[in-house]
Ligand binder design. Structure first.
Ligand code: 26Y
Length: 821
């Protein structure tokens, strides 16, 4: 066994073989001769799951016996991807299973391609949750992830004639072998209806919510295997079903209630993941989704707490900490208060004391359009009691604000949970800050901006409550599993402890100038490029020469992420090559992967423009030996795992101040890609780690961006004064890229001129072009580039999600590990 963990695992190759064949026979009802890859995959999963479930039982027993404090990670999204390879690696069974299957005449890598991605998330925030639960299990921390069991995850993207088409994602169509249904833990969740005020005999007021509708929450557990295979935590996802509950209140109250009554089609609640990120749609069903999974999860937590502590609530906040992944689960705050006040009969002060020591909140964005607000009217209809509770929280908070800033109504208006616009809105960010004991941003610069710009007065009210925890990624998935050749090379040089002690990678810096190591490192990169080129050929028909620079931008499509800046630069190169066939550049392939929110018109237009430009360039024999452009359809975790190991250049080019952190930037750099990036999010911290000679930083800083906007930025000034920019933008309006259909790409130009260029694409263009030229020159120095690439890998130790989790544990969660036998 090559891995350190493999020796910990008693299973032999023959045991694995037997288990797989047994499942082929007994679970799949087929045999070695008839089985196709899908059947092999299922049988192999079942064999692995046996191991997983045994460890799950020991873990749960250990947690129960120790009655440990645990973190409950509430997230509307968990972007898990595939689990097979990850579980095998974390159990230390990968090599043995690979051999076992080879002896059975099947190839494990082919078989693993059968697994659909678990795409229950949009992008960064959802993938972060997945990396975090991996680290929590690896660090033997008592933790549970809570979320929604969407029947359909993020849509599957097809590209037809260059345009994005959305198709439903069906990750469970043929059954998901990893999940376990737990009907014994079903919950009933109330919705709609009205609140009755009751007066007690001592003059006290009691509120009772008479719901108009009840839905059932059915939990599905996905085991989360820690590296080393000792702790197996769970991700518990709630599926909604119609309730057979007969609602007596509704029945007895008669006509009045009928008027209040609303029927949700219970099954629709967990049907589909909303494909928007960063723009809040304000849809009723989305609010119901949020409340549904929070209410189910809280009931689950309280049931478990009561099993150990009965009706004694005094230790609740010692045992339970709930992390809110953005404001999406913020409705859990009034829900807990409701349970404590209305159900447990606690007075407000005692309930607030508990609740405000239980919740902590992570902010992931400063973009105003991404800050969640719900119409008070909508809350009143769906969750009437919660609206009352929010008003009470706000009322008491406003008294505190009055004490601090007497008579200052402007500050009150700003800090209030309630926005008094034409339609009264509930600001979930404000609620989250007020209702939590800790608030964090996700990278240094982002946390500073949260403090200075988003919630400045909150910092004065509660000094120290706002902090930073820089994001991280799990090196198990994002290096060990996805880049096996590089992992092996690394282990040969520095030992095999790096997956859990990523700072050990700095040992590689000693070999940065070692010719043999450089050659091995770059050969692996080359082989990964060959493999990706084959995949690109299959998916798009485009042929890539692996000697080209592979320049990769993979992330959701957003104006602030500026895929169109990349596109403009590609057009500039194209034009330079047409004007001067000897234009000096190393051949380069630009690869994109991106999904656009289905309702985001300009984002879809940018995808269309990339595809049309790609078509033209790839078929233009004058340039296509030097320039290729590929848009890979249906970007997702499993595709990222193939693209990232093959990247030479990582595009991280958001407008400074807009990208909270980024995590793809870390994955690419870890795999030896060099970043072309702005001083934004975690790029700044990556630059600090790798040193300025190993990264291509360009563009406006946050302060310069603010100044430019304040001074009245006019993109026409740039357009009128730059021959190149003018030519490129005008080119987009012709029918050069869309023969016979001039104007099809005009919206991109339009957004950058009459649209005001809100993300300063034109303002950063020249600096970007220069940085790209530097990267091009640097690449031609083979040894120099190898050195830089090695240093990138060597300096990524900081960005393991284990480090992020340790910071959460020390500064926010205060957990102690619980070791499992
Ligand atoms: C309100 C709703 C429409 C919504 C849904 C999803 C709003 C936002 C999102 C997702 C946001 C997201 O993924 N943010 C990203 O979080 C990453 C992890 O912290 C960051 O690295 C990344 O910069 C940030 O854009």
């Amino acid at each position: 066994a090559t891995s350190a963990t493999a020796s910990l695992n008693g299973l032999s190759k023959d045991d694995i073989k037997q288990a797989i064949v047994r499942h082929l026979h007994c679970s799949m009802g087929t045999d070695e001769n008839k089985a196709n890859d899908h059947a092999w995959w299922k049988a192999a999963c079942a064999a692995v799951q046996e191991q997983v479930l045994e460890r799950l039982r020991s873990t749960q027993k250990a947690h129960y016996m120790n009655d440990t404090r645990a973190v409950h990670y509430f997230s509307a999204e968990f972007l898990m991807g595939r689990l097979m390879s990850n579980n095998l690696h974390n159990l230390g069974l990968y090599e043995k299973t690979h051999q076992a299957m080879r002896e059975l005449g099947v190839d494990l890598t082919d078989v693993m391609e059968q697994e659909p991605d678990m795409a229950l998330g949009n992008g960064g925030l959802g993938r972060l949750a997945a990396c975090f639960i991996d680290s929590l299990a690896t660090l033997d921390l008592p933790a549970i992830g809570y979320g929604l069991h969407y029947e359909h995850g993020l849509f599957r993207q097809e590209i037809r004639s260059g345009a994005q088409i959305e198709r439903p994602d069906s990750w469970r169509d043929y059954g998901n072998p990893w999940e376990i249904c737990r009907p014994e833990s079903i919950q009933e969740i109330p919705l709609y209806g009205y609140v009755e005020t009751k007066y007690g005999d001592k003059g006290q007021i009691n509120k009772e919510w008479h719901p108009g509708s009840i839905v059932k929450g059915v939990p599905w557990d996905i085991p989360v295997v820690g590296y080393g295979g000792k702790t197996v935590n769970v991700l518990r996802l709630w599926e909604s079903q119609a309730s057979d509950y007969f609602n007596w209140d509704v029945f007895n109250a008669g006509g009045y209630v009928d008027a209040q009554r609303e029927n949700v089609q219970a099954e629709t609640i967990s049907k589909v993941l909303y494909p928007n990120d960063e723009t809040e749609a304000g849809k009723e069903l989305r609010l119901i989704q949020q409340y549904f999974f929070c209410a189910c999860s809280l009931k689950d937590i309280i049931r478990r707490y009561k099993r150990a502590h009965g009706d004694d609530w005094s230790r609740f906040a010692d045992q339970v900490v709930i992390q809110l992944n953005d404001t999406h689960p913020a409705i859990a705050i009034p829900e807990l208060i409701r349970i404590l006040v209305d159900r447990a009969g606690m007075d407000w002060g005692a309930a607030w004391e508990i609740s405000s020591k239980t919740f902590a909140y992570t902010n992931h964005t400063l973009l105003p359009e991404a800050l969640e607000k719900w119409p008070a009217r909508m809350l009143e209809k769906i969750l009437p009691r919660h609206l009352e509770i929010i008003y009470e929280i706000n009322h008491r908070f406003m008294r505190k604000v009055e004490e601090k800033w007497p008579g200052d109504d402007a500050i009150k208006r700003k800090l209030s949970i309630i926005e008094e616009s034409s339609e009264k809105m509930i600001r979930m960010g404000n609620l989250s800050v007020i209702g939590s004991f800790a608030v964090n941003g996700v990278a240094e610069i982002h946390s500073r901006l949260v403090k200075e710009n988003l919630f400045p007065e909150f910092e004065k009210l509660w000094p120290g409550k706002l902090t930073n925890v820089t994001n991280g990624i799990t090196p198990r998935r994002w290096l060990k599993a996805c880049n096996p050749a590089l992992s092996k090379l690394i282990s040969e040089r520095i030992g095999d402890k790096w997956p859990t002690e990523l700072y050990k990678l700095q040992g590689l810096a000693n070999f940065a100038d070692d010719k043999e190591f450089q050659q091995q490192f770059m050969q692996i990169k080359h082989d990964n490029k060959v493999r990706l080129a084959a995949e690109v050929k299959t998916l798009t028909g485009v042929e890539l020469d692996p000697n080209m620079i592979f320049d990769i931008q993979i992330k959701r499509l957003h104006e602030y992420k500026r895929q169109h800046l990349n596109l403009l630069h590609i057009l500039a190169l194209y034009r330079r090559l047409l004007e001067d066939p000897d234009y000096d550049m190393h051949p380069r392939a630009f690869l994109f992967g991106a999904k656009a929110a289905p309702g985001y018109k300009l984002a879809k237009d940018i995808i269309y423009a990339i595809n049309k430009v790609a078509d033209k360039i790839n078929n233009d024999v004058r340039v296509n030996h030097k320039l290729k452009v590929v848009f890979l359809p249906n970007y997702r975790v499993s595709l990222a795992e193939k693209m990232i190991p093959a990247a030479d250049i990582s595009e991280q080019i958001s407008t400074a101040g807009k990208e909270a952190s980024g995590t793809g930037n870390m994955k690419l750099s870890l795999n030896g890609a060099l970043t072309v990036g702005t001083l934004d999010g975690a790029n700044i911290e990556i630059a600090e780690e790798v040193g300025e000679e190993n990264i291509f930083i360009f563009g406006l800083t946050v302060e310069q961006v603010q100044k430019l906007h304040a001074g009245g930025y006019n993109p026409y000034d740039i357009y009128d004064n730059s021959r190149e920019i003018k030519a490129i933008l005008d080119w987009l309006e012709t029918d050069y890229f869309t023969p016979g259909k001039p104007g099809e790409l005009a919206s991109v130009k339009q957004s950058l001129l009459d649209g005001g260029d809100p993300y300063l694409v034109l303002a950063d263009f020249d600096a970007y072009s220069e940085a790209q030229q530097k990267a091009d020159r640097a690449y031609r120095d083979k040894a120099g580039w190898a050195r830089k690439a090695i240093i990138n890998t060597a300096r990524m130790g900081k960005f393991t999600s284990d480090r992020s989790i340790r910071e959460y544990v020390e500064r926010i969660w205060r957990l102690t590990p619980c070791h499992v036998e």
